[in-house]
Design a binder for this molecule. Structure first.
Ligand code: SF4
Length: 210
């Protein structure tokens, strides 16, 4: 986590505590397994999107592509196991990330995403991010219009507070697009090879109705 993310964690306002699915690319999973020296299936699970994911504007309204699209196939994503309260298993009780040097790409890029034109924008779920709320005045999922930032001033301010340059963030997001394609092509083989748990209980997602 950047300094600012640690500040959020100390205040109990960080995204690691939110009960969203913490998405893993295949390369994320391999890197974390190497860092921990544990098999992938000790921390990763191929599970359903969470209720909280389905609440989010960017998923429900689909105004642009997002990694949740990977769940359209069977409603599932490769993700980090959760604690009983929905928070990430890698978050220490005091806030910091236990796997910080090897953390997933989504943890490096949130609260940013790429527009369909390839420009850095705020992730549509970022009403959970105190930094975004501060710089945009956005304070809830229904306020997504406030994430519009044509001048880029709010984005620049948020990037500075998260601790990345625009170039660094673009590099991470471009890498995410590459790893999403890799995921799309190889997820089935990866799950089989790594014996990743695939929980049986189904949630009542209404993906086709969107
Ligand atoms: S892997 Fe680390 S940064 Fe990512 S959600 Fe978990 S605790 Fe937070």
């Amino acid at each position: 986590m950047s300094y600012t993310c640690l500040e959020c964690a100390r205040q109990g306002r960080d995204c690691c505590r939110e009960a969203h699915a913490k998405f893993l690319t295949l390369r994320d999973a391999v890197r974390i397994a190497g860092f921990l020296r544990e098999p992938v299936n000790t921390f990763a699970v191929y599970d359903f999107l969470k209720d909280k994911d389905r609440e989010e504007y960017i998923y429900i309204n689909r105004h642009q592509n997002y990694y949740y699209d990977l769940a359209l196939r069977d409603e599932r994503l490769l993700q980090i196991r959760q604690k009983s309260d929905g928070s990430c298993i890698f978050q220490e009780p005091t806030g910091p990330c236990r796997i910080y040097p090897a953390r997933p790409l989504i943890c490096r890029t949130y609260p940013f995403w790429l527009s369909s034109g390839g420009e850095i924008i705020f992730d549509g779920c970022s009403s959970d991010c105190p930094i975004v709320c501060d710089v945009t005045g956005n304070d809830g999922p229904e306020d997504i219009a406030k994430l519009s930032d044509r001048s880029g001033v709010a984005r620049a301010c948020a990037l500075e507070r998260v601790g990345y340059s625009r170039g660094d963030m673009k590099k991470f997001l471009d890498q995410m697009m590459v790893e999403i394609e890799d995921y799309r092509e190889n997820i089935d083989a990866f799950i089989a090879e790594n014996r990743v748990d695939v929980p049986a209980s189904a949630s009542a997602l209404c993906l086709a109705a969107r």
